[in-house]
Every structure is written in structure tokens, then in C-alpha cells.
Design a protein around this ligand. Structure first.
Ligand code: SME
Length: 160
């Protein structure tokens, strides 16, 4: 049993520092990637306010395949290069999308989503997964969110 004390009223950078510390504690000593991603999706959901979806897609052959998440049931398979997640996976670059309606090819798994942050998980130069955060608020994510989730991606890369 883990006690997680994340106060969402803290400054955002501190929320992400605590999220990283909790994430390391949660995955410490546990080699099962699915179990770890499930706990980390829950940790993001409880730590980061204003989300309607938080979770993982894994790169399997030439597709992204749905992994552990919190939110509405989502698209199971996304070709690399398609949508926000597929773009992050194909380019290896974080995608910070203030208005998903302006992103060509955005895949609307949940019609409520208005902004999105997708961060690739890179292991030895190859994208192995992405972390996807969706929000019903326009322009919900900024560079502090991107840096915080990139730090989480580095923790994920260590067990994938
Ligand atoms: N909107 C994403 C698809 C995944 S869902 O948001 C969970 C995209 O365009 O890749």
C-alpha cells in the first residue's frame, strides 16, 4: 500500500516534482511494465487537475496499441504518424496541442477533449510508448506540464 500525498494546489512545478518522486517509489523493484504503467496512469490522474484521459500507448510493430489508462474507453490501435499520439511516436518529439480541433488528423477518442499533451517514451533511441494526457479545457497544457511528463517518461523508459 502506497500513501501518495499530492496537493494539486501546489505550484505546478512542485506537483510534478512530487509526481516524479511518487512514480519512482511506485515502480521501484517491480519489473512488470503493465502493472507499472497502470499505477502511473492512476498517479497522473490524481496529481494533475483538469484531465479527461491519462494513459499510455505502446509501440508494437508499426502501430500504437492502447495501454493502461484512466478515462473513457479509447481507440485501440493508432498507426504511427497518425493523430497526436502517432505524430509523437513517429517524430520522437513532445506534442503540445492547445486546440485539438486545429491539429490536422487529430483522433477524437473522446469528443470532450479540447487540448492534448503527448510525450514519447524513448529507450536507446527508439520510441517504445507514448504518454497521452487529454483535457476538456482549451490550452490546458504548458511547457511546465510538458517538462513534468517528459521527466515521467524517463522513469517509464527505465522499466520498459
Ligand atoms: N487524441 C489522440 C488519440 C488518443 S485519445 O486521445 C486517448 C490522437 O489524436 O492521437
Amino acid at each position: 500500500m502506497f500513501e501518495i500525498h499530492t496537493d494539486p494546489t501546489l505550484p505546478k512545478a512542485q506537483v510534478y516534482a512530487e509526481l516524479a518522486a511518487s512514480a519512482k517509489a511506485l515502480v521501484s523493484g517491480e519489473p512488470d511494465a503493465i502493472a507499472n504503467m497502470a499505477n502511473l496512469a492512476a498517479l497522473v490522474w490524481m496529481s494533475v487537475p483538469g484531465l479527461n484521459w491519462a494513459g499510455f500507448y505502446r509501440v508494437i510493430e508499426s502501430e500504437l496499441v492502447l495501454g493502461p489508462f484512466i478515462g473513457k474507453p479509447a481507440c485501440i490501435r493508432i498507426p504511427l504518424g497518425q493523430g497526436v499520439c502517432g505524430t509523437a511516436a513517429a517524430t520522437g518529439a513532445t506534442q503540445l496541442v492547445p486546440d485539438v480541433h486545429q491539429f490536422p488528423g487529430h483522433i477524437a477518442c473522446d469528443a470532450q477533449s479540447r487540448s492534448e499533451l503527448v510525450v514519447p517514451v524513448i529507450v536507446e533511441g527508439a520510441v517504445r510508448a507514448v504518454i497521452d494526457l487529454d483535457s476538456p479545457e482549451l490550452n490546458r497544457f504548458d511547457s511546465t506540464d510538458a517538462t513534468g511528463i517528459e521527466n515521467l517518461a524517463a522513469i517509464v523508459a527505465a522499466f520498459l
